[in-house]
Design a protein around this ligand. Structure first.
Ligand SMILES: [Zn+2]
Ligand SMILES: [Zn+2]
Length: 94
């Protein structure tokens, strides 16, 4: 029988259904929105206590810390920005 953690303590749930549980065994209200390499999301169920809220409707599970990996496009843009910034500081024309 699956057990879940609630604010009142540990509770056993009589169900044969697959429960959406966070790794801490609370009911998971959210899903990890961490972008995966195949273009999807991690989608790990995560509760409101464990989720890292990073934006409207964007939450990450505890297994995904830091910033999500940048896509090639984003890396290029970031590189361009850094180069432009450096050129400005050094006062050189690009
Ligand atoms: Zn949790
Ligand atoms: Zn995740």
């Amino acid at each position: 029988m699956p057990w879940v953690r609630t604010d009142a303590g540990v509770m056993h749930v009589k169900t044969s259904k697959r429960l959406n549980l966070c790794h801490c065994r609370r009911f998971a209200d959210l899903k990890c929105d961490w972008p995966t390499e195949d273009g999807g999301t991690c989608s790990k169920p995560v509760c409101t206590y464990c989720a890292r809220h990073v934006g409207p409707d964007v939450d990450y599970c505890p297994f995904h810390r830091g910033d999500p990996p940048m896509t090639e496009e984003q890396q290029k843009t970031a590189g361009e920005k850094a180069a432009a910034e450096a050129a400005k500081i050094l006062g050189v024309k690009r």
